[in-house]
Design a binder for this molecule. Structure first.
Ligand code: ZN
Ligand code: ZN
Length: 107
């Protein structure tokens, strides 16, 4: 993230695991993507700007996540806009070929 031009990047004190232990209600709901979460903080206010994670497919920083549209899978994955479209909202090639898929809404 520093390479992407962010001036101040903080690691969560004690790590994500401790954070979840302290605030189980707030973070468990979000699912597995929090384990890859990076936090961006406004240098002036020290307020958190938004959640950033790495795209499941290309590794690019993004704050978007989707549920795999294979209803048998329904895995929560971090996925940038490009990869989301490219992979038909699915987490893998297998899921893309799955017979039962959720309807995709564009727009
Ligand atoms: Zn991507
Ligand atoms: Zn899947």
């Amino acid at each position: 993230m520093i390479e992407s031009g962010f001036k101040e990047v903080y690691q969560l004190e004690g790590g994500i695991y401790n954070f979840i232990n302290k605030f189980p209600d707030t973070y468990w709901e979000c699912g597995m993507f929090v384990f890859d979460e990076r936090r961006v903080v406004n240098p002036n206010t020290k307020d958190e700007l938004k959640h950033i994670a790495e795209c499941h497919f290309c590794g690019k920083s993004t704050s978007y996540y989707i549920n795999c549209h294979n209803v048998e899978c329904d895995k929560l994955i971090v996925c940038c806009h490009e990869c989301k479209t490219e992979n038909d909202y699915c987490c893998s090639d297998e899921c893309r070929k799955a017979p039962r898929k959720r309807k995709t809404y564009h727009g």
